[in-house]
Design a binder for this molecule. Structure first.
Ligand code: ZN
Length: 281
């Protein structure tokens, strides 16, 4: 009896403490992201990505420098490890490469191929800005935006192949072939506004989970705005407007637990920037 009496206050203290700890989490939970509808199996991402990667690497000049590549790879894998469970696809293998191009740009292909321009690394004012752009690209891959985009055109593509089967003549086959080519092109089209916003939000979330400060991703949009006048950087120019994206990311940050001592690692970044500056690849 007396033992029970002693236990009760302890329990109530625990309940109060737990309630205190849990309240801020439930009151301000981070935005729940839902991957868009996708008619394709996971394997399609990997196959389409591999094909597109082969194509892209034929056109672009890849920086073959072990230190530079390893640096980008290390940031990328740290972010990938912070992806929420539901967006981890064991079939995906994330590969990070640097392209010898001065534009502030980065892009990703379905299945895990992520490319960062040297211009992006050189423009970054801290490692978080570079990590932010990469987190955004990783989010497009994890949410399968490439194949989701093609899924939007899918009813139309099915229509084409039915037409070609029914007509069975050369002209219809040509049209169907065109449909396939269009599907491939869609991977490279600009993503819709909602996909960009999703990638910004999930990107901010994985940054926070990986120990970075997502404010750095928001700041990239300030950087983009400031450079917009003189030719401007290519990365995500446009929609939604950089200013809106900056604001939306900051709204999300208010809901996130951000490490008070975020990863900065600027010595390493400066070293890599100097290395890029000295080298011609
Ligand atoms: Zn994007």
């Amino acid at each position: 009896m007396s033992g029970k009496e002693r236990r009760t206050p302890l329990l109530s203290v625990l309940v109060v403490v737990l309630a205190f700890l849990l309240t801020p989490l439930t009151a301000a939970a981070q935005t729940r992201i839902k991957a868009p509808r996708n008619f394709f199996g996971i394997k399609s991402d990997v196959e389409a990505g591999r094909e597109a990667a082969r194509e892209s690497e034929r056109e672009a000049r890849i920086v073959h420098d072990r230190e530079v590549t390893y640096y980008v790879e290390r940031i990328g894998q740290r972010l990938v490890a912070a992806l929420p469970e539901e967006f981890r696809h064991p079939e995906f293998r994330y590969i990070f490469k640097v392209i010898d191009n001065k534009d502030i740009n980065a892009f990703a292909l379905p299945g895990g191929w992520v490319y960062v321009n040297r211009g992006m690394i050189e423009a970054a004012r801290n490692e978080g800005e570079l990590a932010g752009v990469m987190a955004h690209e990783i989010s497009h891959v994890a949410l399968r935006h490439g194949t989701a985009q093609v899924s939007k055109a899918y009813p139309w593509l099915i229509g084409l192949s039915i037409a070609s089967a029914v007509m069975g003549n050369g002209k219809a086959a040509q049209i169907a072939e065109l449909g396939g080519a269009v599907a491939l092109q869609l991977y490279f089209l600009k993503f819709s506004r909602s996909y960009e916003t999703q990638a910004d939000i999930l990107g901010s979330q994985i940054m926070a989970r990986a120990g970075y400060d997502p404010t750095d991703l928001a700041d990239v949009f300030r950087l983009i705005e400031s450079r917009e006048g003189n030719g401007g950087p290519g990365w995500l120019r446009s929609h939604p407007k950089p200013k809106d994206r900056y604001e939306r990311i900051n709204q999300e940050i208010a809901l996130l637990r951000v490490n008070p001592y975020p990863v900065e690692n600027n010595v390493e970044l400066s070293r890599i920037q100097a290395r890029l500056g000295r080298s011609r690849f």
